[in-house]
Design a binder for this molecule. Sequence first.
Ligand code: FES
Length: 273
Amino acid sequence: MYKILKKEALNPTVTRMVIEAPFVAKRAKAGQFIILRVREQGERLPLTIADSNPEKGTVTIIFQVVGETTMLLNALNEGDCLKDFAGPLGKPSVIDGNKKVCIIGGGVGCAIAYPTAKAFHEAGADVTTIVGFRNKDLVILEEEFKKVSDAYYLMSDDGSVGEKGLVTNKLEDLITGGEKFDEVVAIGPIVMMKFVSLTTKKYNIPTTVSMNPVMIDGTGMCGGCRLKVGDEIKFACVDGPDFDGHLVDFDQAMARNTAYKSFEAHKRDEACH
Ligand code: FES
């Protein structure tokens, strides 16, 4: 059993939990994910590893309460245990300490962008971070990002915190202002990753995106997480989750991710009653 050692609300809908999972903690690298189950008959929920501590044997996860399973997970408290916590799964992000990188996080995607920014920083890279949220109440991990960033820019849709505008506005301002990024890493809503990739393509900057499609088994068997990347079909759980943003078919990924929305809403309503 995997005990919840710490639980903390980062904003009204996003929670951070530290889980006792020594075998996962020992091998976890930035970019990898776990699949957990809250209970025996429960859904398998993939979540990116937000942090890990091999000495303490702990793994940190950050999740947004959006459906039945995340509601059930969020109802657990410190001292409670998860049924399963399998991982680390997926390929680790490729980290190069000699680069000048721009890490872009959108909304709860910042939970995934943070370990990547931290890994680049610890490897010696020059890290610029741009994060975007709808408003000031949704901002997460501000202090954590500042600690691992040489430059940090906070954007909000309504201007209630940081600068008003999109992450792509700031990215383009920096590029046209003379910043020379060797790589851009974008993690957040699919539409954000699409427009970051379209922006960087204009300037020929290599771009990595972290894809988070529907997953079931997490082992490359079910095909649930398939994506079109260039001319190939890839599985996010075993070939990713990181892919070349200039090759991903974002429109197809968006269509597949919305296919289960009404079913998820139905399950969420059931769980509320
Ligand atoms: Fe089944 Fe990736 S989750 S193939």
